[in-house]
Design a protein around this ligand. Structure first.
Ligand code: 13P
Length: 330
């Protein structure tokens, strides 16, 4: 097994998953503001430290995806975050895309930026301690109109170029074509789009000679849109999600992680548990786990409110949610 494959597989250690803590400055600012927390670089550092410094997180986390500025910051233990995480057996990763922008020919859809200076940035991130990376594409559903095949294809091409560069740099790529939850669509439509997106992505990855054995797929679940007025059961979600994955993801892929995408912490936990049960029943060929941002952070942030005196209770809420999600994964 190559080092890259071993690193990719280590992220699927028993009972563990990945914390996505890679909100960009823009997203982190909006996230903190939504909890009434004023923002500054120091506040963002404290926000990261709240989660990374919680005692015992290494029982549940195999990796944490960081934003680039966090690679250079120190926690309350006075150690650089990547060093402190690695010392506790948590692999540091980094988001390397530079965010999305509207597509000029289809302005309600998005394309992800960040390929131009990627090799130089990857060399820096590697020196700073990152061992894996993430690139997110955002795919919007609107009735039968969106997504367009052109948007799916262009995003897949960029994900493939990214993954190839990352493997050449000696890092593990997480490819994340997020099918957005926002919209009025049904679960059936979500599944159809997920199938097209994954089918296109893996054929383009192959065309670009990306080695699937060290690729991790980060995916949405197949579920009805947030404005559909419909709530699917965890079993329905598991059935359609696994159907889309089983018919489109090569068995050689190192593993699959799920994003929470706007589900509540309880929904994301119950849906993961149902997906794990279904995967076992179907004898799915890849390991599966969580890579949540909001579903792991939400409860803690609403307790913390940016105040030092609330940190112990916020960290306890974070650990309690991690324990539930980890149990769902088992
Ligand atoms: P959510 O779990 O909040 O969807 O975030 C995961 C992620 O990394 C999105 O890019």
């Amino acid at each position: 097994m190559t080092d890259l494959v071993a690193t990719a597989r280590s992220l699927f250690a028993q009972g563990k998953g990945i914390l996505a803590a890679d909100e960009s400055v823009h997203t982190a600012t909006a996230r903190l503001a939504s909890y009434g927390i004023p923002t500054s670089a120091e506040m963002r550092r404290q926000y990261r430290d709240l989660f990374f410094g919680a005692e015992g997180v290494e029982r549940y986390l195999s990796g944490i995806i960081l934003f680039s500025e966090t690679l250079l910051e120190k926690g309350s233990d006075k150690k650089l975050f990547p060093k402190s995480l690695a010392a506790r057996g948590i692999a540091p990763g980094v988001k390397v895309d530079l965010g999305t922008e509207p597509i000029s020919t289809s302005p309600h859809e998005f394309i992800t930026q960040g390929l131009l200076d990627l090799p130089e940035r990857l060399a820096e991130y590697k020196k700073q301690g990152a061992v894996f990376t993430k690139w997110r594409a955002a795919i919007r559903i609107d009735g039968d109109q969106l997504p367009t095949s052109a948007a799916i294809h262009e995003n897949a091409k960029r994900l493939a170029s990214y993954a190839k560069e990352v493997q050449s740099a000696g890092l593990v790529p997480i490819v994340e074509p997020e099918v957005l939850l926002e919209g009025k669509h049904s679960r059936a439509r979500s599944r159809t789009v997920l199938e097209e997106v994954l089918g296109t992505l893996f054929s383009v990855l192959e065309e670009h000679s990306v080695d699937p054995a060290s690729v991790i797929l980060k995916t949405s679940m197949a579920l009805a849109g947030s404005e559909s007025g419909k709530k699917d059961t965890p079993e329905e979600i598991a059935e359609d999600t696994l159907a889309a994955l089983m018919s489109n993801v090569p068995r050689q892929v190192a593993g699959i992680v799920f994003l929470s995408g706007g589900q509540t912490p309880d929904e994301a936990t119950a849906n993961l548990a149902a997906i794990m049960r279904k995967a076992k029943e179907l004898n799915a060929p890849w390991p599966l786990t969580f890579s949540y941002a909001r579903a792991l952070q939400e409860e803690a942030l609403s307790i913390w409110k940016g105040k030092e005196e609330n940190a112990p209770a916020a960290r306890a809420a974070f650990l309690a949610r991690l324990a539930k999600v980890s149990a769902a994964r088992l």
